[in-house]
Design a protein around this ligand. Structure first.
Ligand code: TXA
Ligand code: MG
Length: 323
């Protein structure tokens, strides 16, 4: 294994202090981290990911107590959500303080903040005198990485080090929540923390950001999460029949299926457990994408709990249709 991948948190901290980039584990997906208070590091993140500069970055902090260093006029609902879910898979969009560069927020007065729930990330953040800007550690438009190996496959040359924290527990990016002028929550990106939970913690109705999937708004990029192989979502039995002459990959929750011999079938969770399915989702998409298949076929999972976010990612993967 490359000496660029390891568990040396001190080494990772030193690289970050030097203004360079490190791949870091979080409970959701791996991040491509740099010093959030250093504009040169921020520019390096955009360039390593090939990310358009109009797409803002999440700033990761080590605890809820740092919130007010970077954000102001924090709505009551945001405070409640932070208290309930941090550290955890929730990103809050808040008014930024001047210390946060416009480069991070893509010119917006709003900042995305999150406390990740991974022991290595928390230790690292606790050691550093600055927060970490970190988008998911994948080239812009590709599937988010859920292991250190995924990060290495695509970004090793652009990073000084990858901190290996094992497979991500949640496996799907954080729920992104902003607030309207009245302080009501708006979900911009679905994740493990559901609208139902947000509503129950805040006592408020939750709005959903327009799901115009072709738009360039936050979290709703058409090309997000897409494998390179054409990806179709629908009724699996029907799709398999229609594509029986092709070399197909099949991604399903648990179903037993009649498949052509050449097909590759990955089951997200034998027991039909949605948490396990979420944890496997991106790594299975990557596996199928590496198999030189003509097409990947998939079916939605039950639309409850984290299944809502799984279905959202499946839909996004299916958007980039080249068939
Ligand atoms: O789980 C996660 O959130 C992971 C881990 C590494 O923390 N990070 C992640 O970052 O998914 P990224 O950059 O791939 O996605 C962040 C999303 C983007 O869709 C971005 O548009 C949105 O959050 N976002 C960031 N800052 C924003 C802001 N100021 N206003 C609105 N949306 C914002
Ligand atoms: Mg991303």
């Amino acid at each position: 294994m490359s000496n660029k991948i390891g568990k040396d948190i001190l080494h990772a901290a030193q690289i970050l202090r030097d203004g360079e980039l490190v791949g870091i584990p979080t409970e959701t997906v791996y991040g491509l981290a740099g010093n959030a208070l250093n504009e040169i590091s921020i520019l390096k993140i955009f360039s390593a990911k090939n990310r358009p500069q109009f797409n803002p970055l999440i700033v990761h902090i080590s605890s809820i107590y740092e919130m007010e260093l970077y954000a102001k006029d924090i709505p009551i609902a945001a405070q409640k959500l932070a208290r309930e879910f941090w550290p955890g898979p929730l990103t809050l969009i808040l008014d930024k303080k001047d210390i946060i560069s416009d480069l991070i927020t893509a010119g917006s007065k709003k900042l995305a903040l999150r406390v990740p729930n991974h022991p290595m990330a928390l230790t690292l953040l606790g050691m550093l005198p600055f927060p970490l800007a970190a988008p998911s550690a994948n080239p812009s438009g590709y599937i988010s990485p859920t292991s250190a190996e995924h990060v290495a496959e695509q970004l090793l040359g652009k990073l000084k080090y990858i901190l290996d924290g094992g497979n991500c527990e949640t496996g799907i990016e954080s729920t992104v929540v902003g607030f309207d002028d009245q302080g009501n929550p708006i979900v911009y990106r679905k994740g493990k923390i559901t609208s139902e939970q947000i509503s129950s913690v805040t006592g408020l109705d939750v709005l959903e950001a327009k799901s115009d999937k072709s738009s360039q708004g936050p979290g709703i990029h058409g090309n997000h999460y897409a494998p390179k192989t054409p990806f179709l979502l629908g009724d699996l039995e029907k799709l398999i029949k229609e594509h029986s002459m092709q070399k197909i990959g099949v991604l399903s929750l648990q179903k037993k299926l009649d498949l052509p011999e050449t097909a590759i079938h990955l089951v997200l969770s034998k027991e039909g457990n949605l948490e396990e399915a979420a944890k496997n989702l991106f790594s299975f998409m990557r596996k199928l994408d590496s198999e030189k298949l003509e097409i990947i076929l998939a079916e939605k999972v039950p639309n409850k709990g984290i299944g809502i976010a799984i279905n959202d990612r499946l839909e996004r993967a299916a958007l980039k249709k080249t068939v």
